[in-house]
Design a protein around this ligand. Structure first.
Ligand SMILES: [Zn+2]
Length: 68
């Protein structure tokens, strides 16, 4: 028995006018190119996840509202 590293291949996903370069593993699951933690069964699931990253970034960058 031998342990084999899963082979990953780069794929280009086009979704609603956005192009994202992601990785796909042997089972055909897409991995998030931003956090690399999650696997998705479909490109649209991956894109929704990436959009949630983008929203988080936007929230973070936006300056805190001033009271005065
Ligand atoms: Zn992610």
């Amino acid at each position: 028995m031998s342990v084999r590293k899963s082979k990953r291949m780069k794929v280009i996903i086009e979704y609603k006018g956005s192009i994202v370069e992601a990785e796909r593993d042997e089972r055909g699951l897409y991995s998030c190119p931003i956090c690399n933690k999650y696997l998705f069964y479909s490109p649209s699931d991956l894109m929704h996840h990436i959009v949630s990253h983008a929203k988080g970034i936007i929230k973070h960058v936006r300056p805190a509202p001033r009271r005065h």
